[in-house]
Ligand binder design. Structure first.
Ligand code: KG4
Ligand code: ZN
Length: 338
């Protein structure tokens, strides 16, 4: 009997401010994972500037691609498919990755597979641990806050999502009020650990059975606290404000995730997206699931923020299901999951 051949997939990710290329074996093993971050270029504008992002992707994509292939020490003749982020994201940024992927697919005659960015974030977990179904993924990033139910590989049911700001967006907006640099999430996380959650900030639980989230009220409450203190000539300890804000966000995220996991009788809970790097959130989830029969999986920090290994991992599932994209593939900024 012949041995089953390894599946080698090249992943490409350019949806926001990271130009990334990776090679992944059998959807689980990272062979190479190269990320060129543009954060320094966007910092002085306090957020990602789409036009600048596109320009950086154009400059970086071939360099990052060459470096990844060199690190993997693999030729395109050995590659089974090119997986690329189709959306959601910035249209001009997405197009750079999609066009690079199409060119590689055409020149080397390799199948093309399209991937949803959030599916990629979820599949970052499979680079750490094999997935067992059913499972719930808590996706928390700069653009998304979602609870996703998966009954099998490649099947995504969004059971809850934010009605306004994403968790990361709330972090970044509050950070800006505290004059912290972009992206503010890691700075708030650091400050929060130096303070105590002494301020009473709201938690938006929404309707009783809803798994949806809302963070704009909390963001406004933080702004009000700062504004009122300035008017009264009082000083608010930023560390305490950060700790109180972080406690409010984490309490809602963890409580809704636990409830969803129990109600859906899942075997695993996955954490995904840039905010998954948050130390407080990681610790709170670990504490909550510590004595539970539900297994909690949390990727290392390098796989929480945008990268292409996660795109190759999710792409492997699509490839194995026989799904292929044509050379007419486009970037889709508002692409829906599932
Ligand atoms: O997933 P990601 O890299 O990009 C998107 O797809 O949005 O997430 C970026 C977001 C930013 O809002 C950033 O502030 C947030 O993740 N973030 C954090 C932390 N590290 C990154 N938020 C809270 N605590 C952190 N330690
Ligand atoms: Zn992302």
């Amino acid at each position: 009997m012949s041995e089953k051949k390894d599946i080698l997939i090249v992943g490409i990710e350019t949806s926001c401010d990271e130009t990334a290329v990776a090679v992944v074996r059998n959807g689980r093993e990272i062979v190479a994972n190269v990320v060129a971050s543009q954060i320094e270029s966007h910092k002085r504008f306090g957020g990602v500037v789409p036009e600048i992002a596109s320009r950086h992707h154009v400059e970086q994509i071939t360099i990052v691609l060459e470096e990844a292939m060199k690190k993997a020490n693999i030729s395109f003749a050995e590659i089974d498919a090119i997986a690329v982020t189709e959306g959601p994201g910035l249209v001009g940024a997405l197009l750079i990755g999609v066009n690079a992927a199409k060119a590689l697919s055409f020149v080397h005659n390799i199948p093309l597979v399209s991937v949803h960015h959030i599916a990629g974030h979820i599949y970052a977990n499979r680079l750490v641990k094999e997935l067992t179904f059913p499972l719930i993924a808590l996706v928390v990033s700069g653009g998304h806050t979602e609870l996703v139910y998966m009954k099998e590989h490649g099947s995504y049911e969004v059971i809850g999502e934010t009605r306004d700001d994403a968790a990361g967006e709330a972090y970044d907006k509050v950070a800006r009020q505290l004059n912290l640099p972009y992206p503010g999430g890691p700075h708030i996380d650091r400050l929060a650990h130096e303070g105590t959650p002494s301020l009473d900030l709201p938690r938006a639980w929404l309707e009783k059975d809803s798994y949806d989230f809302s963070f704009s009220g909390l963001k406004s409450a933080v702004i009000n606290v700062l504004h009122n203190a300035t008017q009264r000539g009082e000083e608010i300890k930023h560390e305490d404000l950060a700790a109180s804000f972080q406690e409010s966000i984490i309490e809602v995220l963890v409580t809704k995730t636990k409830k969803a996991a129990e109600e859906h009788k899942v075997k695993q809970v996955l954490l995904a997206g840039g905010v998954a790097a948050n130390k407080g959130l990681r610790a709170a989830l670990e504490k909550e699931f510590n004595s539970s029969s539900i297994e909690l999986v949390i990727p290392p920090l390098s796989l929480c923020t945008d990268n292409a290994a996660m795109i190759a991992a999710a792409g492997t599932i699509e490839f194995n299901k026989g799904k292929r994209a044509g050379l007419d593939l486009n970037g889709t900024p508002g692409l829906q999951l599932g």
